[in-house]
Design a binder for this molecule. Structure first.
Ligand code: GLN
Length: 378
């Protein structure tokens, strides 16, 4: 067989979005806003095109955007990333993750992931000949017992993939979690991929602990981030990776032969737009209002709300009123009620159904209202 991923089909996000479209359902499945970005940002991109920024960008990304990213990260997290050698602009967060993994993982390497896990991690590891070692988190709190994580470590452990704020559960790693991670990896060569694409989306005064702010982890860590989440432009597929020079060197070897460079006018437009940090500083408040509103509406349904401290996803459980599998209920919500969600079992490799659904609340108020009106009929 020539298949690198036998048994893998279209991602749950594509499947549910397509099903939502077929049934004309409100799409709270795949995570993306249903409102437009700031028109000023679009003007900046259009200006970049009109001003002739239409040829290849430098392989690692345009200088002004890399500088801006380094300044932003260093200011926010007290780090010291260098824009020339430690920042690369990518075609979104997923590409940053894929490229980092491809740069480091060899056949037989073990990679620790935390499930429910974002769906690109495990297939990428497998495709590279690596072995997935899973730590399974469970509702309602999806906490991590680091003593149990320790048991997953072997001489072949190459990497550990973290994701905070977490998709789909909305948990946020605490300083205590990260200190446990520091202790666990100290004196080893274990690398870390830290997926922080929801870095700005944290609520109730909870702080996002970026791994960028821990000098002890700096030399072993790749961080993936997303302009799509920062600017409400998921369709632009732009993001970046930061990593220490020696890891970034390896990252760029792969990047240059895969995407080579990310589209120029978006980079120029984003760089000019982000010169004013005010454009993103209110992001947590903006989404907290949506979260609070959505949660208050959902209180009126039969669902039980799980905690949500970050990301733009709200999970609910329903085991107290139904024994349906989550994939079955998610489909029925689309066909019979006109609302699309994501069954959280899709984020586990083993058959693990805690009867939890994920809804995306990066939506207009009227969209959230209309969807909950429909869910009330359940
Ligand atoms: N990150 C998005 C989500 O979790 C999906 C992105 C994608 O479909 N590739 O919904």
């Amino acid at each position: 067989t020539y298949s690198k991923l036998p048994g893998t089909s279209n991602s749950i996000f594509s499947v549910m979005s397509q099903l939502a479209a077929e049934h004309n359902a409100i799409n709270l499945s795949q995570g993306f806003p249903d409102y437009d970005c700031d028109p000023k940002l679009i003007e900046f991109v259009a200006d970049a095109m009109k001003n002739g920024h239409n040829q290849y960008a430098p392989m690692a990304g345009i200088q002004s955007l890399r500088e801006l990213v380094a300044d932003k990260v260093n200011l926010q997290y007290g780090s010291n990333y260098h824009p020339d050698s430690e920042v690369t602009i990518t075609a979104g967060g997923t590409q940053a993750i894929f490229t980092a993994l491809t740069a480091c993982i060899q056949a037989g390497d073990e990679v620790i992931i935390f499930e429910p896990a974002y769906d690109c991690y495990a297939p990428t590891i497998k495709m590279l000949g690596g072995l997935v070692k899973s730590y399974e988190m469970a509702p309602p709190d999806y906490t991590i017992d680091w003593e149990m994580v320790k048991k997953l470590f072997t001489a072949s452990t190459k990497m550990i993939i973290l994701n905070s704020p977490h998709n789909p559960t909305g948990t946020v790693l605490s300083a205590k979690d990260i200190n446990a991670l520091i202790k666990l990896t100290k004196g080893t060569d274990v690398l870390i991929m830290s997926d922080e694409v929801y870095e700005h989306l944290v609520y109730d005064g909870v702080k996002h602990n970026s791994l960028a702010s821990y000098p002890e982890l700096r030399d072993r860590t790749f961080i993936a981030a997303s302009f799509g989440k920062l600017l409400h432009t998921t369709g632009w597929k732009a993001g970046y990776c930061i990593a220490p020079e020696q890891l970034m060197k390896e990252f760029r070897k792969i990047h240059q032969f895969n995407v080579f460079s990310v589209n120029t006018p978006m980079q120029v437009g984003i760089a000019n737009y982000l010169k004013d940090p005010a454009v993103y500083l209110g992001l947590a408040d903006f989404f907290q209002e949506k979260r609070d509103f959505f949660r208050s509406l959902l209180e009126q349904t039969k669902f039980k709300l799980l905690p949500c401290k970050g990301s733009y996803f709200q999970c609910v459980s329903y085991g107290h009123f139904s024994d349906e599998e989550d994939t079955v209920l998610a489909k029925r919500l689309i066909t019979d009620f006109g609302v699309a969600s994501i069954p959280v079992s899709a984020f586990y490799i083993r058959n693990t159904d805690h009867q939890v659904l994920r809804f995306c609340f990066a939506k207009r108020q009227d969209t959230l209202e209309k969807s909950v009106e429909r869910l009330m009929k359940l």
